[in-house]
Design a binder for this molecule. Sequence first.
Ligand code: AMP
Length: 190
Amino acid sequence: MLNIILFGPPGSGKGTQAAKLVEKYHLLHISTGDLFRYEMGNNTPLGLLAKEYMSKGQLVPDEVTIGMLKNKLEAHPEAQGHIFDGFPRTITQAQALDQLLTEKNQTINALVALDVDDEEIVKRILLRGQTSGRPDDNDESIVKNRINVYNDETKPVFDYYTTSGKAFKVHGIGTVEEIFNRLCESIDSI
Ligand code: AMP
């Protein structure tokens, strides 16, 4: 059982790399951003609630996000492992994830963080916004807010896993294939 957190700021390439890692390691991909967008697309109460936060570049409250993640985990008991993409984004979420996995006799094996500087991130997200159809990718002030939230609330999650020796940083600039190989090297070293 392999449980990997794919970490990094918005626009660092997590979605692209997660798809490749899932294929190589046969993991279940859990992206909380994708799950919220699915709910939004279906106008569910959860989607409507999430939209209030996502449209401002803010985090959806922990209890809502953790509840959704728990449901997703419980819906797939057959999974041979997971790749968590965009979760955990707060220390509270990291603690909840540890607890959920412990209850299933599992653990996080590694957190791999894509390292990309803020300037490059803003450029990439605004470019993605031209085709992604995501309102939160189109407005520079929302993009900047997402980066501030990442720096203030999410970065400490890296340190949380550093204390247990599970956190790895990977240079996040290069071709998709180069970055993928760096990620695999880190994962295969654990
Ligand atoms: P993403 O697709 O991962 O960039 O997420 C898009 C948006 O969904 C974020 O800006 C948040 O508003 C919300 N979101 C996704 N994952 C989480 C999470 N783990 N905790 C709180 N909010 C989240």
